[in-house]
Design a protein around this ligand. Structure first.
Ligand code: XIL
Length: 386
């Protein structure tokens, strides 16, 4: 059985002032508690049990927002409780790796869509949207790509994008067409030095989006990138660079539909400036792009060691971030990179220094909702109607 209830302490004053008998009141109360970072079991508080029928999918949908997660076929097949949770909570399913280039075209011209196909069918059968990707990403490239002659690489990339998007034509809500192209501060260039840049050339992003758009004009085509979220010089540099890229792309009529902002957040008190982030998102929106939070999770870099404290820090990180981001009307939804800490890339990529298992997602490893779930639900509920 999947435990489907969540408990949170809501101060009695809140209950008396607003009542907590309806879901709306409950989530409103919750948003105060979580946003204030004061969820505690202090005397005078009341345990409220979240109604079992409430899901992130529904709470988001009530505002016209989409909520979804990335995962894999293996987990959905092997773990029925996890599968049920994904189906219940998510309105959008994206492959974690299954449609990366190295899986889809393991040798030149030999295409294999069986993993993506399985996920697309799974989503369709369960009335979830399906989001494809990542098509063009330097870390997802097959080894053979790097040994292509520059004269061939452009055509090979174009062909890869065309085949991939055509295969799912009419079935994909969205595609991450290009991922992580922007250089980091200090590199002295706009784009990362990758085989794509070296072999295809500086317009590889343009070529990829034109091919994707021709192959499925109905899909939302996403340019996706990371390290854009915090008020630190590294991210500031990338926000500026990204706006430059998007302006160029918009002038050149490259058919990008949305910016995906990965949103791999971190606890530990990194500077965050809501006004700056809001300004950045509104500039993206002014250029005509939609925005999607595409890979939300939280790695633990703070001093907290007790689970309750860690969860509170994670939830607060999500609250302060989503409460800003969801104010921007161009934001269409949120995807978490996984759903439960039972399965998360951060277990390997960003383990805690004390070795305790990480808790970056809305559900813990026992598939119980955490404060991150509550923070997300509250942020969705606070968001204005789309
Ligand atoms: C990660 C996957 O979760 C891992 O399974 C894989 O080993 C490495 O890639 N940014 C992205 C995602 O755009 O594709 C990455 O996914 C996480 C960081």
């Amino acid at each position: 059985m999947v435990p489907k209830s969540s408990e949170v302490d809501v101060p009695v004053e809140l209950r008396e002032r607003r009542g907590v008998s309806t879901r709306r009141d409950f989530v409103a109360a919750l948003s105060t508690v979580v946003a204030g970072g004061v969820a505690s079991s202090a005397a005078g508080s009341l345990k409220v049990v979240l109604a079992a029928e409430q899901t992130l999918r529904d709470i988001a949908a009530q505002k016209g927002l989409i909520y979804g997660c990335a995962t894999t076929q293996d987990r959905l097949v092997a773990d029925p409780a996890f599968e049920r949770l994904v189906v219940d909570q998510c309105g959008l399913l994206v492959p974690e790796n299954a449609l990366n280039w190295n899986y889809v075209e393991p040798s030149p011209g030999r295409f294999d869509f069986h993993m993506g196909e399985w996920l697309a069918n799974f989503a369709k059968d369960r009335h979830m949207k399906f989001g494809g990707g990542t098509i063009v990403w330097h870390q997802g490239l097959p080894a053979w790509f790097s040994s292509l002659a520059p004269a061939d690489a452009r055509q090979v990339m174009l062909q890869h994008v065309t085949q991939t998007v055509s295969h799912f034509r009419g079935r994909a809500f969205s595609w991450v067409v290009v991922n992580e192209a922007l250089a980091f501060r200090g590199a002295g260039a706009e784009l990362k030095d990758t085989p794509l840049l070296r072999l295809v050339g500086p317009d590889y992003i343009d070529v990829a989006f034109h091919a994707a758009s021709a192959a499925d004009p109905g899909a939302l085509l996403i340019y996706n990138d990371n390290h854009l979220e915090y008020d630190i010089p590294e991210d500031e540099y990338r926000r500026k660079n990204l706006l430059k890229l998007l302006r160029r792309i918009s002038n050149a009529k490259v058919p990008v539909g949305a910016l995906g902002i990965q949103s791999h957040l971190r606890t530990g008190g990194l500077p965050f400036d809501g006004a700056k982030l809001k300004d950045f998102l509104s500039q993206v929106s002014d250029l005509g792009y939609k925005i999607i939070v595409s890979e939300l999770d939280v790695s633990e870099k703070g001093p907290e060691t007790e689970v309750a404290d860690r969860d509170r820090a994670i939830a607060n990180e999500i609250s302060r971030y989503l409460n800003v981001v969801l104010q921007e009307k161009a934001v269409i939804g949120v995807v978490t990179w996984g759903l439960s800490s039972r399965y998360t890339w951060l277990a390997n990529y960003a383990p805690r220094s004390d070795g305790q298992p990480v808790r970056p997602l809305p559900y813990d490893s026992d598939l119980r909702p955490t404060q991150a779930w509550q923070a997300m639900a509250a942020a969705f509920d606070r968001a204005s109607q789309r």
